[in-house]
Ligand binder design. Sequence first.
Ligand SMILES: Cc1cc2nc3c(=O)[nH]c(=O)nc-3n(C[C@H](O)[C@H](O)[C@H](O)COP(=O)(O)OP(=O)(O)OC[C@H]3O[C@@H](n4cnc5c(N)ncnc54)[C@H](O)[C@@H]3O)c2cc1C
Length: 384
Amino acid sequence: MRGGAHNLLRGNAVCDDGLVVDFSRMKAIRVDAANRTARAEPGVKWIDFDREVQAFGLAMTSGTFSDTGISGLTLGGAIGWLGGMFGLVSDNVISFDVITADGELRRANEDENPELFWALRGGGGNFGVVTSFEYRLYPVGMLLAGLAIHPFERAREALRFYRDFSSNMPDELTTGFGFLTTPEGMPAVGIVVCYNGSLEEGEKVIRPVREFGPSIADHIQPMPYNAVQTMFDPLAPTGRNYYVKAPFLREIKDGAIEAMVTRFAEVPSPFTVIFIQQKSGAMARGEPDRTAFGHRADQYSAVVLSGWDDPNQSEANIAWTRQLGAEIEAFGSGGEYIDELGPADSEDRIRASFGVNYERLVELKNKYGPNNLLRHTQNLGRRT
Ligand SMILES: Cc1cc2nc3c(=O)[nH]c(=O)nc-3n(C[C@H](O)[C@H](O)[C@H](O)COP(=O)(O)OP(=O)(O)OC[C@H]3O[C@@H](n4cnc5c(N)ncnc54)[C@H](O)[C@@H]3O)c2cc1C
């Protein structure tokens, strides 16, 4: 199933010797501004969705790159910039229209097919072909958002500061921390904030970030949601080679900081970033079986996103990513974000990434998907 085709690591959007269901021309979006809802088809990307709903002063949390499709992102759970207040994207789905693998068209919501509704909110593309997503929307005005960049020499200090700062914050604020190479070729680190509330109050809340200076550049400023959503697009353009590891962390331990700083000092490509994405506030609340997204208590996702141009450099970049991913994971909670799982990941790894919900999801997959028809995904398989 080809949604936005952004799931770069597994390449799950296409397959050889199989059937590709390509949604790229199914891009209708209907906004009900009075009821603050939107219904969208599976070929919609976040850049399309955000544009349409922002025209009504409304928004929904999404991901961090505007080129991502709503389909794969929503079905995996979805961690985004407004998540502290509104939760995961999947927490904001009102209903799905889905053709399950047994060939039936079903509606899944709190009242109709509630078990399927539970499974589709974090269970990936295992259960059927989703033909329509209905979302809840929120009024969202100007945000106080952006990035403060510091020299790599302060990486350890900055990450420890970020750990303390991000561990206690209001729901209005969602944050991240990045390692990157500047266009001038300088390794650097950055603290990212997105405050959804009054700009005056936001300034007070983020003051420690501004005061952790002197920064090389402070790009934190009022901006509309569409600007936040496209802010990082240049970091991952289409057409490059990519590899990713994304272990979940309950907290940022000293050992993980050491691993990131040490390895980034020898990063093989200037296009590679490490992005610690915070999953705070409403995203973290509730029991892990609230929906199929099982990692509520893990505060951070440490995304090691390697990018390089020369295919001859693939081996070195993949090896570096795997090495650092494993080193960070030693301080993690034992699972990875299912949307970042790789093709070589074993059943054990898939099991760990679905966490406590694995068994229930396998049962539901067997119920709705005879013969494991939809297996080109984070496969929940068919138990014999
Ligand atoms: C650079 C980068 C940044 C990212 N940032 C974030 C982030 O900030 N937050 C976050 O949560 N995730 C993030 N992700 C992960 C992202 O959630 C996944 O890549 C997601 O799967 C992309 O969705 P898509 O529709 O574009 O993918 P596709 O590749 O089109 O689809 C992915 C899989 O989803 C399933 N699928 C797609 N459409 C349907 C459908 N209509 N019905 C049923 N199943 C379907 C299929 O199994 C398919 O194989 C990021 C990924 C990258 C590469």
